[in-house]
Design a protein around this ligand. Structure first.
Ligand code: GUN
Length: 291
C-alpha cells in the first residue's frame, strides 16, 4: 500500500517544537518580526503571502506586510527594502516572487540584509549553503528534508533525482542532499527541460523530487516500484470548478501512487512544510540578531 504523506501533520509537529524557542526569545524581550513584501497582483502570490502571514500570527511572530503597486518603479522596492533592513523590529524580510519584469530580481535579493534573508536567496547565504555552513536553508528544500526525515526515508547512499533547476527549489535541494549530513549523503541527479531521457533517470531513482513547474510531468510509467515521490508542483489548471481552476502537482498522482512507496499529495504535502520552515528561519534570524 502506498503511504500518502501528511504534510500538515508533520508541519504541525515541527511548529509545536518552535514554541519553546519563542518563549526563550520573549523572556529576553524579543518578538520575532517577519516583513512580507508583495509587488504583484497575481492571485497565487497573494494567497501564498496571506498564508505565510496567518501562520506567523498563529504562532506569535509579528507579521508586517507591505504592498507595492506592480507598476511602481524598481527604486520604490529598493527603498522599502532599505527601510526594512534598518528596522530593528524586522528580523526577517521576504519579497514574494515572481516580481514584475521591469524589476531586476537578483538585484532585489542582493539588497536584502543577508542576516534578514529568511528565504536564503542572497548570494552570501547561497554560498554558505553550498560550502556546507548554512545560515538560512531555503524553506521548500529544507521542508522536504524534514518530510523525508519524518517519514524515515534514508537519504544516505540513496539515488535522488531532482527534476527542476530553479534557484528556489531544484538547486538548493540538490545542494542540501549532497552535503555530508544525516539528511544528506545522497547521490543526486538534477534533471531539467533539456534532459535527454527523463524517464530513464526517474526510473533509476529511490527518491524523486518533482519541482519543474509542469503539470503532471511525471507519471507512474516513469517510476520504479518502491520510489518515494515528493511533489513540489502547485500548478493552476483551468477546470470547471467554482474558482475556474484546480491545483495540480508536477506528478500525475493516481498512476504515481500505484508505483510509489510513499507520495506527497497536492495540496497538503510539501506546502505546509515550506511555511513552517519560514517560521523556523524567522525565529533563527531573531535569535542571531539578539546575540
Ligand atoms: N515564490 C514562490 N516560492 C517562493 C519562496 O519560497 N519565497 C519567495 N520569496 N517567493 C516565492
Amino acid at each position: 500500500m502506498t503511504r500518502i504523506i501528511d504534510g500538515n501533520e508533520i508541519a504541525d509537529r515541527i511548529t509545536a517544537d518552535l514554541e519553546p524557542c519563542l518563549e526563550t526569545l520573549a523572556d529576553a524581550g524579543t518578538t520575532p518580526g517577519l516583513a512580507t513584501v508583495l509587488m504583484s497582483d497575481d492571485g497565487a502570490s497573494e494567497t501564498y503571502v496571506s498564508m505565510k502571514r496567518q501562520a506567523c500570527n498563529e504562532l506569535g511572530i509579528e507579521s508586517i506586510h507591505h504592498e507595492l503597486d506592480p507598476d511602481a518603479p524598481a527604486d520604490a522596492l529598493f527603498d522599502r527594502i532599505d527601510e526594512l533592513n534598518g528596522d530593528p523590529a524586522v528580523h526577517g524580510i521576504l519579497v514574494q516572487l515572481p516580481l514584475p519584469d521591469h524589476v531586476d530580481r537578483q538585484a532585489v535579493l542582493e539588497r536584502i540584509d543577508p542576516r534578514k534573508d529568511v528565504d536564503g536567496f542572497h548570494p552570501e547565504n547561497v554560498g554558505r549553503l553550498v560550502t556546507g555552513t548554512p545560515r538560512f536553508k531555503p524553506c521548500t528544500p529544507h521542508g522536504i528534508q524534514k518530510l523525508l526525515e519524518a517519514e524515515g526515508v534514508e537519504t544516505e547512499g540513496a539515488d535522488v533525482v531532482v527534476v527542476g533547476r530553479s534557484n528556489i527549489v531544484g538547486k538548493p535541494m540538490a545542494n542540501l542532499l549532497v552535503q555530508k549530513s544525516d539528511t544528506g549523503n545522497a547521490t543526486v541527479t538534477v534533471c531539467h527541460s533539456r534532459t535527454d531521457d527523463l524517464a530513464a533517470k526517474t526510473r533509476d531513482a529511490d527518491v524523486v523530487v518533482a519541482a519543474a513547474g509542469v503539470p503532471e510531468l511525471i507519471d507512474g510509467s516513469m517510476l520504479s516500484p518502491g520510489t518515494t515521490v515528493i511533489d513540489v508542483g502547485v500548478n493552476r489548471v483551468d477546470a470547471d470548478t467554482e474558482k475556474g481552476y484546480e491545483l495540480v502537482g508536477d506528478v500525475e498522482f493516481e498512476s504515481a501512487a500505484e508505483k510509489a512507496d510513499a507520495i506527497t499529495p497536492v495540496p497538503g504535502g510539501v506546502g505546509p512544510l515550506t511555511i513552517t520552515m519560514l517560521l523556523y528561519n524567522t525565529i533563527k534570524a531573531a535569535s542571531l540578531q539578539a546575540d
